[in-house]
Design a protein around this ligand. Structure first.
Ligand code: NAD
Ligand code: UDP
Length: 337
């Protein structure tokens, strides 16, 4: 077990669920977030789930003085790095902001890790790093080739970390490539809370179900898939959070780096997800099929053997559970936090 874990992007969607799991497992955690895509109200929710007051600093990871202060006053020996901008479409419109936030933020963190000899790093990578010409399922050793600035920031971050590992010798990194995180904590107290119109499918469906949006646009009904709609590998966010715990255990015990997919290995189409959500929520989800979204691919899902082999971790929850948990969160919190 580490002395103290620094969680960046701690009040965000995946960060908050991971925070809960880490605290419940007895880890000491300090969270940092600049709240550009999250709310401080989350902190009270984490406390009511865990009975532990979360240790939180509001700050930007690009500010090295803020990072130094944290490392000076806490014995941080592991960083779990979630803080990033993540909207694909926005990254095409604002590439410089994405490179500045995601790359510069990583550089300041690594400089600080170097200064304070923090040797363990868990990085939020993404399935978007895989070249779209690979045939799913995606294996970790397949060709990489992102198609948008967001994806490039993830691939470049992986590369920066790999170079840093070579130079610093004692640094170990868990490169975790997430597929499609959805779901919410079983308490219904925390969940995904997009600001503005959701870009992703699950939060959009949930907002239609709760009456915040009129109808779902399905991007394409003529993909070469089971029912013509896009197929993705949806993974429950709590399973994903547990994948981080498994990665932390691996770094502590094996003292080696690893690169693994975090997915379920199961593909689900848009229409299959809509129907599962209708059953979970007992609501009709009106939808229309519109033209394909630029940059979309037909099918993406993971091969998950390596995560199982190296970390003994696999996802347990299926799409029905994901929908039930999202519905509990969304119906209890129709306007978010
Ligand atoms: P999120 O937006 O909910 O959380 C990210 C958090 O980081 C937010 O709370 C935001 O305020 C914070 N943040 C951003 N820039 C910051 C900065 N410079 N300084 C301090 N805080 C900053 O996103 P999420 O879904 O929880 O994603 C977490 C990580 O996982 C991201 O790195 C994302 O790229 C990666 N990821 C997400 C998905 C997904 O579909 N959700 C898939 C693959 C990878
Ligand atoms: N999708 C959709 N309508 C939406 C949002 C997404 O039909 O409002 C589809 C999208 O085309 C893809 C799937 O749902 O086939 C998952 O999209 P999401 O943006 O959630 O994840 P990603 O495409 O980044 O894997």
């Amino acid at each position: 077990m580490f002395a103290m874990i620094l969680l960046t992007g701690a009040t965000g969607y995946i960060g908050s669920h991971t925070w809960v799991e880490l605290l419940n497992a007895g880890h000491e955690v300090i969270g940092i977030d600049n709240l550009c895509n999250s709310s401080e109200k989350l902190l009270a929710r984490v406390e009511s789930i865990t009975n532990i007051k979360p240790n939180f600093i509001r700050g930007d990871i690009r500010n090295i003085d803020v990072l130094r202060k944290i490392f000076q006053s806490h014995n941080i020996d592991c960083v779990v790095h979630f803080a990033a901008l993540k909207a694909v479409g926005e990254s095409v419109e604002k590439p410089l902001e994405y490179y500045d936030n995601n790359i510069n933020g990583l550089l300041q963190l690594l400089r600080t890790c170097n200064e304070f000899s923090c040797e363990n790093f868990v990085f939020s990578s993404s399935a978007t790093v895989y070249h779209t010409e690979n045939n799913p399922p995606y294996f970790e050793n397949m060709a990489l080739g992102p198609v948008n600035p967001y994806g490039w920031t993830k691939m470049m971050s992986e590369q920066i970390l790999r170079n840093f590992e070579v130079a610093s010798l004692s640094t170990r990194v868990a490169y975790l490539r997430y597929f499609n995180p959805v779901g919410a904590h079983a308490s219904g107290l925390i969940g995904e809370n997009p600001l503005g119109a959701p870009n992703n499918l699950m939060p959009y469906i949930a907002q239609v179900a709760v009456g915040r949006r009129e109808l779902l646009s399905i991007y394409g009904g003529d993909w070469p898939t089971v029912d013509g709609t896009g197929v993705r590998d949806y993974i429950h966010v709590v399973d994903l959070a547990k994948g981080h715990m498994a990665a932390i255990d691996y770094l502590t015990q094996q003292k080696k780096s690893l690169t693994v997919n975090l997915g379920t290995g199961v593909g689900t189409s848009v229409l299959q997800l809509v129907h599962a959500f209708e059953i979970a929520s007992k609501k009709k989800i009106p939808y229309e099929i519109v033209s394909r979204r630029v940059g979309d691919i037909a099918v993406s899902y993971a091969n998950t053997d390596l995560a199982k082999k190296l970390m003994g971790w696999s996802a347990h929850m299926g799409v029905d559970q994901m929908c039930q948990d999202v519905w509990r969160w969304q119906s209890n919190n129709p306007s978010g936090y």
